[in-house]
Design a protein around this ligand. Structure first.
Ligand SMILES: [Zn+2]
Length: 191
């Protein structure tokens, strides 16, 4: 049933209409919160093989992330300590939500940039975090293929933030400044 839905969602010419229709059947997941939440503080395990339950989880995570206005989401944030993240990657032409299985950083630039971040698991908290400006990573896509990708700027930051979640690290562990109120940082990153 799920596969059938996905095919319809992506193959139909009335893509939007079908998406709206099927969205109703995709479960919203509870987002784990709290800086001392055990699930968020546990190192997640690699996924040995992608099976149907992972595909279903990816759909549910995508739905949850979009409804919560996030640009990234890691499986521990929805209660699963497995190495799976969803990241929104943006370039001049398009914006895509990319699921990454077992992501691994291969290279990070020495040059770092400081930007304010927020997190769906730490509602209302924002802080400046120093991260590498450019990264190269490898990951497995939903078809089981290994991919290597170089990213910079915001795209690199989102991936680094989400991989941190897989290692039980929250952005407040890396913050270089105070935790500020929500309204001050309204336009910032929610990851
Ligand atoms: Zn986060």
């Amino acid at each position: 049933m799920l596969l059938f839905q996905i095919q319809l969602r992506y193959n139909t010419s009335s893509k939007k209409l079908f998406s709206l229709f099927f969205l109703k059947f995709i479960k919203m997941l509870k987002v784990e919160t709290g800086s001392d939440n055990q699930i968020l503080r546990t190192k997640s395990v690699p996924i040995p093989k992608i099976v149907a339950k992972h595909q279903a989880l990816i759909d549910e995570m995508r739905e949850t992330m979009q409804r919560e206005d996030g640009v990234g989401l890691a499986a521990p944030q929805v209660g699963q300590n497995i190495r799976l993240i969803l990241v929104t990657l943006v370039n001049a032409k398009e914006r895509a939500i990319v699921p990454m299985i077992n992501p691994e950083i291969l290279r990070i630039s020495e040059k770092e940039v400081c930007l304010e971040e927020g997190c769906l698991s730490l509602p209302g908290k924002f802080a400046e975090v120093l991260r590498s400006e450019e990264i190269t990573l490898k990951y497995i896509n939903t078809k089981g293929q290994e991919k290597i990708l170089s990213l910079s700027g915001m795209n690199a930051r989102v991936v680094l933030h989400e991989i941190d979640h897989l290692d039980g690290i929250l952005f407040i562990d890396r913050m270089v400044e105070h935790i500020g109120p929500l309204q001050k940082l309204k336009s910032k990153l929610y990851l």
